[in-house]
Design a protein around this ligand. Structure first.
Ligand SMILES: Cc1ncc(COP(=O)(O)O)c(C=O)c1O
Length: 350
């Protein structure tokens, strides 16, 4: 099976397992795990922030980010298809009591005008107590539902400046910031620079089995540690996991451009197939989203699965394929052959 469902399906390599087995560990709730401390320092340094906190998942990292910037009743501006809106179980409302005002984006990218419009204009005729106070702006880079979109640096700065003009805190969901950097040549630190807090994941693309981090200023991350404990994220000898992330940063991060190149190969191959709609120019990183032009995506994905290619259907026509370190050039070529072979059945000509 060529598993293109997600870049989270990777298995730890022998080198990574050896690093995990050899990790020097302690009780992280007491701040005594050397591998966790090293990972937090390394992540903060890579992102140009004062500190970082290691947490089990990207969802927890984002939710802690939201919690530390807001109080119940506050307003957060988040693009409408972002992971925080669509795939975190309503956590922002349930955990932080936050109202989300979804912004309209194009493949995940929105404009400063969208931010201005969502905040609105105050006027003495309208009591300021009516609206939920806007407190937080979130950006996702790369944007998953947008198709792995890499934010242009200027667009990102423009929305961040708009956020600052309105006094908003800025959070970056950089679950795949590593891929944004590999695809664009812009460093993670440059992407992270305007933000107060940044979530990064070690378990997507980088190949670690578990783990994310929230980076930011020292005081904010001290506050984040409080909520990590409150959310049940306090782990003990977590250095076994941190060691896998340190290994991934050192040994796997330099190769992420391979995923981006293979995503382009897949996208360009798909673009030649009748019954599939995709513009390879929309594929910026390791996520390939395309549509079937007749027939239904679920039936198409099931036919591909039966032929040995596992992908996720989304909606009536959409399909997602994600490149990752366990997928080779040969796998991409084989996947294209298998997809082409099922198209006539999945897409009836009538
Ligand atoms: C953009 C984005 N943010 C956050 C997450 C959440 O990460 P986790 O699955 O580790 O909770 C994901 C997961 O795929 C994601 O794609």
């Amino acid at each position: 099976m060529i598993d293109l469902r997600s870049d989270t399906v990777t298995k730890p390599t022998p080198g990574m397992r050896a690093a995990m087995a050899a990790a020097d560990v302690g009780d992280d709730v007491y701040g005594e795990d050397p591998a966790v401390n090293e990972l937090e320092a390394r992540t903060a340094q890579l992102l140009g922030k004062e500190d970082a906190v290691f947490v089990p998942t990207g969802t927890m990292s984002n939710q802690i980010g939201i919690r530390i910037h807001t109080e119940p009743g506050d307003l957060a501006l988040v693009e409408g298809t972002a992971h925080i809106v669509a795939n975190e179980g309503g956590g922002a409302a349930a955990i932080s009591g936050v109202t989300i005002r979804p912004l309209r984006g194009v493949r995940g990218v929105f404009t400063a005008d969208e931010v201005d419009a969502a905040v609105g204009v105050s006027h003495p005729f309208k009591p300021t107590t009516l609206s939920p106070p806007p407190r937080l702006l979130c950006v996702e880079n790369t944007h998953n539902a947008g198709g792995g979109t890499v934010w242009p640096l200027e667009s990102m700065h423009a929305v961040c400046q708009a956020g600052r003009r309105h006094g908003l805190a800025l959070h970056l969901d950089g679950a795949r910031l590593w891929h944004a950097s590999a695809a664009s040549g812009v460093t993670e630190r440059e992407f992270a620079e305007p933000f107060d807090t940044v979530n990064v994941c070690f378990s997507k693309g980088l190949g670690a089995p578990v783990g994310s981090a929230l980076a930011g200023g020292r005081a904010l991350i001290a506050r984040a540690r409080r909520f990590k404990q409150q959310f049940g994220g306090g782990m003990r000898q977590a250095g076994v996991l941190a060691a896998s992330a340190l290994y991934a940063l050192e040994n796997h991060r330099p190769h992420l451009a391979e995923d981006v190149r293979r995503a382009q190969t897949l996208a360009k191959g798909l673009a030649t197939l009748e019954g599939i709609d995709i513009d390879p120019a929309d594929v910026h990183s390791n996520i390939v989203r395309f549509s079937v032009t007749s027939g239904r995506a679920p039936a198409f994905a099931e036919a591909c699965h039966a032929a040995g290619v596992h992908m996720i259907p989304g909606g009536a026509r959409g399909v997602r394929a994600v490149l990752h370190r366990d997928i080779s050039d040969e796998d991409v070529a084989r996947a294209l052959d298998q997809i082409a072979s099922v198209l006539p059945q999945a897409v009836p000509s009538a």
